[in-house]
Design a protein around this ligand. Sequence first.
Ligand code: PEP
Ligand code: MG
Length: 836
Amino acid sequence: MLDTPRFTEITPTADIRGDRHGKRAKCLQRLVRMDLPVPQTVALPFDTVREIAEGALPDLSTLIGIFDGEPRLLSVRSSSETPDWGGPGAVLNIGMNDAAHAWLSNTLGDRVADALYLRFIRSYAIEVMRLDEAPFDTATTPLEARTVFEEEMDEPFPQDIATQLGAVLRAMARAWEGTSARLLRQAQGAPADAGLGLVVQRMAQGMGPGQSGSGVVQFVDPQTGAPQVTGRYLGQAMGRDAIRQPDKAMFLTRDPRGPSLEELLPEVYAELLEVGARCRTRLREEMQVEFTIDQGRLAVLDAVRCPRDARADVAIVTALARDGIIPRAEAVSRIAPAALARLLHRQIDPDARRDVIASGVAASPGAASGKLVFDPAAAQASLSRDEPCILVRRETTPDDVRGMHAADGILTERGGTTSHAAVIARGLGLPCVTGATGLRISDRARTVTLPGGAILREGDEITIDGSSGEVMRGTVPTREPALDDSFRDLMAWSDAIRDIGVRANADTLADATLARGFGVDGIGLCRTEHMFFDPARLTVMREMIFAEGPEDRAAALERLLPMQRADFTDLFRLMDGLPVCIRLLDPPLHEFLPGEGEGTRALAAALDRPLSEVKSRISAMQEYNPMLGMRGVRLGIAVPEIYEMQARAIFEATATVQSEGTPIVPEIMIPLVTARREVELVRRRIEGIAAAVRHETGVAFEFKLGVMVETPRAALRAGEIAETSAFLSFGTNDLTQMTYGLSRDDAGRFMSAYVNEGVYPEDPFGTLDVDGVGELLLLGAARGRQVRPDITISLCGEHGGNPESIAFCRLAGFDYVSCSPFRVPVAKLAAAQATL
Ligand code: PEP
Ligand code: MG
């Protein structure tokens, strides 16, 4: 194998590689190949820079000899493999010395020569030699600056360009190896041995007689991505001065607010537009171009991918595809799913000032501001006054759902990514921060005590950012979501590419409408318990729970039946023939009952029973471990009338909608199964109801009965369970909880410590644990398929919206994933990317 040369001049044919010389060097070569006026440049590969850091400088006289011209002034910039990994800042004007100063004084005048020399001495002293900045503050001439340098260093200021360049290269090479630089880039995903390349470029002076200056231009609006020339130009300046001093700099395009480069130098301006257009087609990207005008002549120093917001990114990338510059599949692959998620929600304005007072788990994305309220009634009262509010709870329970509907955001002291608050908030598209463990919430005093001891009271304004987990004081400015044509194109292209279905977890018409708007393939999980939290229904539900005997219970269920029937009829109509998977009631019944106090008294009054009786019935229903207790199919077997009512409602709705001409085959899903016998018992009753409804309505409909695999045993016994199931849907929230023996509602308390200590690589409730839970998925799917090859396999836990988990499901051959409506776009994009 041939060794890479220790440095290479960038010419159209030179062997310059992004993975050896870095992205900047590669990009500069592309600009050279496009015949743009790029000053002479030499690239140092990663290996050379590593050797320099270790003390072995290459022969600089040969390197310097490559550059012609008088005086020989050079710049050095970093060139890492990926721009996000950073790198030390540029050093300009290397080679400035007394002789260059004299030459510049003669040709460009004393002012320019002094300014360049002063600037170089300062940056050499501070950035290269690491001297303190303060003593240089008062040095306003090169002579003064040299004196300070010589006093601090006890040696003369170097006059030799090789000495200067050697020191610069060494300082930059070592800065890259420093601990903080290493940690920063590793946080951006850089490997431990990531290399740094350096590019040495001849300076194109932006200072001198005639029209000289420098600027930065981009051809799109960085916030919207719409075509628009933006940037600044500053006369008698270099580097990024024009950006650093925007009030001194001029506009590029004509602007009523002041002079512009377009008016000052129309030909150079036209040339710049041409550079932008050529970069776009040849580099297949919107670039930000750094340029210098050297006595009226344009030089292109550098071009980087235009910095941009998520919204602009989608607009830019889809426009490149629409213009035929990149294929659609590439457009799909270029958008980061996390960036798309940001687009769907209101975001904190990145330029806004933020006073962060606490942080927790980023449980449901988006930003919201409002007054603090401490209970659901106060949230509803705020809504009626049209006053935005943030509902703060230690943790939420089904009793809070109405209040959550009324609130603009949710903040809880406990919980994690799949706790009650998180799941409901994601379903509602509400920003939510859970597990803000530093907060102390007192419902009684209606206060929140912050980590530092400060106290917030009811009515105080806060802002939460459910995308970062931050809690801020006051109202922080936000940006609206942008679901424009670019977004729609991206979704349509993802749909055309992906080969795994994406359904939504939708419980209400509002969820389902939203999901259809995002173009889902169906509903993968309708959690029917969420249909009972409306106040009128909750009372009937509670009557059913408190029924003295089968007759009373039947009477209450009789009243719930038409409500459920209407729910399903509406849902089927809305979904218009797309599959709808309905889960029978899952939570323990006491979740429908009020907690202590006022609620219990109101319930006693509503039921017309003595308070003491209501209290003792509630306490008799308490369980030590409700998530492992009387819930899911256990409820269906112990109190079969509930599932029978639900099945009847589903079938009657099916008969109605089918008679209207919409074909529908409802999917009925049994939660928390552990054994085949459970499925058989439920199946027998449901088939009986189906036969009865067919007979009563005269409509011959079909249905599918399947199982939610949420317990490790169901995954292990998937073979025999499949014998009596049309589909298996992995409920990975409970399956993760049960596989780890880790409460999804309490894990937030120690999860960050666990992840920081490397016990778990990530929160397994957010990203599927491929090694453990994933193995159960593979095993369950294989055993199920062996018995019933055409069985439908899916995942409907919160992982259904997580890109890595979606890729896993696709590889495992799952038919679809199902996630909250707001996560559907991200899931579709991730599903498409998984195929590329
Ligand atoms: C699950 O357990 O993964 C699931 C989807 O059900 P729920 O979150 O309602 O328990
Ligand atoms: Mg579950």
